[in-house]
Ligand binder design. Structure first.
Ligand code: ATP
Length: 369
């Protein structure tokens, strides 16, 4: 079930024309965004693009300069943070160092005046959920980074918020643990049926965990979609290069026949592809294609289109795949990755060879400008 594809579905979190100014600096610019219930939503963008500010406004730590934020239909303006059914988990975890794991998790519940026995039950339940049943009596400094992260998570969901906000939740973990924890977070979100909004600058993390991703730049959302949509059909060079590796063949439109566009690149390659954007001859355009969509070959394809020759400049063996860096006549480097499972091992393509790089027209997207 994909609530964002259902036109009858009401948004659960709605940012309506939100702007945030710090002095005269515009951190968030007239932004509208709808997140659906039980969605795992990611805000992805580079440093300073406004993603944390957006999260902080939802939590109530900042007020929007303009616009409205609604949660389940309720206008949140004027509602203090502690009265919002929203909790936030920070990168630093902010655990109390002198308190045991149990006490850290119980802290918010105690403040809310929950009965002692109920707190005990809830804490035990949370410890089980994050697989720390044996660690309740320890202090944070007696735990590993990953375990501390799980305590912070347990604490932030102990009050059973409807929405959990995670600001770079896995930033402090090493690569392997981060990957494991990504799947744990997804399982947990499913199990609890909560709505998660995560802020990250790590595209792999966003792709792995999120149902949908909003890519942000300069206080705006530049594209929104499922991980596959943003990866396979980026709407701009910015999104194409922010998410994953991309080859950009820049040139000029030489023909446009309905949706079929011809582009002549600066390197003299003739590209013919379908385009969802209307183009006119003479217009500048680029063809964006992922490394895994390029093929390398010693023979020139018969049609002569969607192919360019170059010299093998670098070969990187990554275990699961091999990445070729191919230098074109115009000195640009093109990256082609080939799965080792399908790569011919007899007489493999080597350094300095003159080879052909070719692709299917539907392997990439045409972008304007
Ligand atoms: P990062 O990944 O580096 O945390 P971000 O996308 O989360 O980046 P924000 O923290 O939302 O970025 O900040 C957006 C912009 O607003 C930045 O340029 C930042 O310097 C500015 N900003 C944030 N908070 C304040 C503040 N309290 N006063 C002035 N400027 C601020």
């Amino acid at each position: 079930f994909e609530p964002w594809n259902d036109p009858g579905q009401r948004p659960y979190i709605a940012f309506e024309n939100i702007s945030k100014l710090f002095g005269d600096f515009v951190a968030v610019k007239d932004l509208t965004l709808h997140v659906f219930q039980k969605e795992f939503f990611a805000l992805l963008g580079g440093s300073g693009c406004g993603k944390s500010t957006l999260l902080r406004m939802l939590a109530g730590f900042e007020n929007p300069t303009n616009g409205q934020i609604l949660l389940d239909g309720q206008d949140l303006s004027g509602v203090p943070p502690y009265k919002r059914p929203v909790n936030m988990m920070f990168q630093s975890y902010a655990l109390f160092p002198h308190m045991s794991v149990e006490k850290n998790i119980a802290f918010g519940l105690k403040q809310d005046g929950m009965a002692k026995s109920e707190i005990e039950d809830r804490v035990n339940n949370m410890l089980k959920l994050v697989k720390l049943d044996q660690f309740g009596k320890r202090k944070p400094h007696q735990l590993s980074g990953g375990q501390r992260q799980r305590v912070a998570l347990a604490r932030s969901i102990a009050k059973r918020p409807k929405v959990l906000l995670l600001d770079e939740p896995l930033g402090a973990l090493d690569k392997k643990l981060r990957e494991e924890t990504q799947f744990e977070l997804m399982d947990l979100q499913q199990e609890l049926g909560l709505t998660f909004v995560v802020v990250t600058h790590d595209q792999e993390e966003a792709m792995t965990m999120a149902d949908r991703i909003a890519v942000m730049d300069l206080g705006r959302i530049v594209q929104i979609g499922t991980p596959a949509e943003t990866y396979e059909a980026p709407n701009s060079e910015f999104v194409a290069s922010f998410i994953g590796d991309i080859n950009l063949f820049r040139g000029e439109v030489t023909g446009a026949n309905g949706s079929v566009i011809d582009i002549e690149t600066t390197d003299g390659m003739h590209i013919r592809s379908d385009s969802t954007v209307a183009m006119k001859p003479g217009q500048k355009a680029s063809f964006a294609i992922r490394p895994e969509k390029l093929r390398v070959s010693r023979t020139r394809p018969e049609s002569g289109i969607n192919a360019v020759s170059g010299e093998v400049w670098d070969i990187g063996y990554l275990g699961d795949m091999t990445v070729f860096h191919i230098k074109l006549k115009n000195e640009e480097i093109v990256k082609a990755s080939v799965l080792n499972a399908v790569r011919t091992v007899e007489d493999p393509i080597g350094y300095d060879e003159e080879i052909w790089v070719c692709f299917n027209a539907d392997g990439g997207v045409v972008l304007s400008g």
